[in-house]
Design a binder for this molecule. Structure first.
Ligand SMILES: Nc1nc2c(c(=O)[nH]1)N=C(CO)CN2
Length: 163
């Protein structure tokens, strides 16, 4: 059983609906969701996005290998109306693997831990909420320590659902 940590998010369409749909599909196809962060509203990171994102981190127990998980994630993104898109462009749903236990994987289409974790507040804020003491298997720092050292100035705030 591997502890999979993913971040889900999107910035176009009915953002909350896509977050719920993605969580449900992750649970049905990949494994039981053990913990979820709050949903955060976050400034678009990178040059090509227009609207603000919703983001959430999920901890999932899975029996699949990392490569099987990646294929399932691509299917789930497609079911959430994800179109072929530009790097860092607008999207209805993006699912990124952040950690898979203490595994370190470095292949062209899969890098675990995700190489940008330490640079992104929209990732470290929800990670610190649900697993503050988890030690990054390469950087050897906790999520709280990484957040404290992160230089990203973009805003990240808890999202209050309109309903
Ligand atoms: N705040 C935020 N910005 C992004 C995000 C995201 O999930 N959140 N995803 C992107 C696609 O790689 C590009 N920029």
């Amino acid at each position: 059983m591997g502890k999979l940590v993913v971040i889900i998010g999107g910035n176009i369409g009915d953002r909350l609906m896509y977050m719920r749909k993605a969580s449900q599909l992750l649970e049905n196809r990949i494994g039981k969701v053990k913990a979820t962060s709050s949903i955060y509203e976050t400034a678009a990171w990178g040059g090509n996005s227009e609207g603000d994102y919703l983001n959430q981190v999920l901890l999932i127990e899975s029996e699949d290998s990392a490569s099987v998980i990646l294929e399932k994630i691509w299917e789930i993104e497609a079911l959430c109306d994800r179109k072929r898109d530009t790097k860092w462009g607008n999207r209805t749903m993006d699912i990124d693997i952040l950690y898979f236990g203490n595994e370190v994987i470095d292949t062209p289409n899969l890098q675990i831990p995700h190489p940008q974790i330490a640079n992104r507040k929209f990732v470290l804020e929800p990670l610190s909420e649900i697993m503050p003491d988890f030690i990054h298997p390469v950087l050897k720092k906790t999520q709280t320590e990484l957040l404290a050292k992160c230089k990203d100035q973009s805003w990240v705030k808890k999202y209050k659902s309109p309903e």
